[in-house]
Design a protein around this ligand. Structure first.
Ligand SMILES: NC(=O)c1ccc[n+]([C@@H]2O[C@H](COP(=O)([O-])OP(=O)(O)OC[C@H]3O[C@@H](n4cnc5c(N)ncnc54)[C@H](OP(=O)(O)O)[C@@H]3O)[C@@H](O)[C@H]2O)c1
Length: 259
């Protein structure tokens, strides 16, 4: 299917690895011009190069922290009029909610709620004026499934979802959509390092831990980042203008519900 977005400009935050990188790749394959981002300039440049080489897309690599105002300013300077914005960032580390300090609480909200909102504020009017805009937030299945220890991450992402719910409706008539993708367990560096920590805590090998976790998912496997990227590209496509304000789970059936 032709996604109808060749030549569109996309900012994909936190995209030098993992789910963000898969979104950047899928948008590049659809013919978009991409701004990729991460804090480690070496890793970012390597990822950008790989996507340039394999897709032929124009890719601008902007090394900065998307959680900081100056980082977001650098992204917008590289792409002042994005048609597509994929909001992503690292998540707060797991911690007992009683132990989270005020400063950690504010940092989590800054990273996973305020930073994406600031980018929406900066870009949505231009999208509306040009009659096309696709905003996609990478949040988490934890917005719908309580996960002990990820309370700050879940709270900030649920806050982001609620904050943007009215904006999604207010801009729908100008062909600007805002949707959220909620990953279950995907095969990325973050999941590998979190899995290694949990396996060690439980005195298991990493292989045994992974096998147990895979067994708990109806699909019996971790998600592949490219599956996530393709969903993102569809939501960014010309065909998805009638989908807005939605939180879409991609989790191999892990969330147990009828509707
Ligand atoms: N993978 C999953 O199964 C899963 C499940 C639920 C939710 N999530 C959420 O989805 C998001 C992406 O996860 P992932 O698994 O793809 O993570 P990952 O493999 O660790 O990749 C994270 C990417 O974000 C970049 N990044 C992190 N902090 C940044 C910052 N402040 N500014 C700019 N770039 C930054 C990293 O590059 P640098 O480190 O070089 O900056 C890297 O490119 C996270 O918020 C995670 O909590 C993931």
């Amino acid at each position: 299917m032709d996604l109808g977005i060749a030549g569109r400009k996309a900012i994909v935050c936190a995209s030098s690895r993992g789910l963000g990188k898969a979104c950047a790749r899928a948008l590049a394959e659809a013919g978009c011009e991409i701004v990729m981002n991460g804090r480690d300039a070496g890793v970012l440049e390597k990822a950008a190069d790989e996507i340039r080489r394999t897709t032929g897309a124009r890719v601008n690599a902007v090394a900065c922290d998307v959680g900081l105002p100056e980082g977001r300013a650098a992204l917008l300077a590289a792409c002042p009029e994005p048609d597509i914005l994929v909001n992503n960032n690292g998540g707060p580390p797991p911690k007992d909610f009683r132990q989270i300090s005020h400063a950690e609480m504010i940092a989590g909200l800054e990273a996973n709620m305020i930073a994406p909102i600031a980018l929406v504020q900066a870009t949505i009017d231009g999208m509306a004026a040009r009659g096309f805009g696709r905003i996609i937030d990478i949040t988490s299945a934890s917005v719908r499934t309580p996960l002990i220890g990820l309370d700050l991450s879940s709270g900030a992402r649920a806050g982001l979802t609620a904050f943007l719910a009215a904006a999604a409706r207010a801009f729908a008539d100008r062909n600007v959509t805002i949707n959220h993708i909620l990953p279950g367990v995907f095969d990325t560096d973050r999941i590998a390092s979190a899995g290694a920590r949990q396996a060690q805590m439980r005195g298991m090998t990493l292989e045994a831990f992974r096998a147990e976790r895979e067994k708990s998912v109806p699909a019996k496997r971790y998600g592949r980042p490219e599956e996530f990227g393709h969903l993102c590209a569809f939501l960014a496509s010309a065909h998805a203008g009638y989908i807005t304000g939605q939180s879409i789970l991609i989790d191999g059936g892990a969330f147990n519900t009828v509707v």
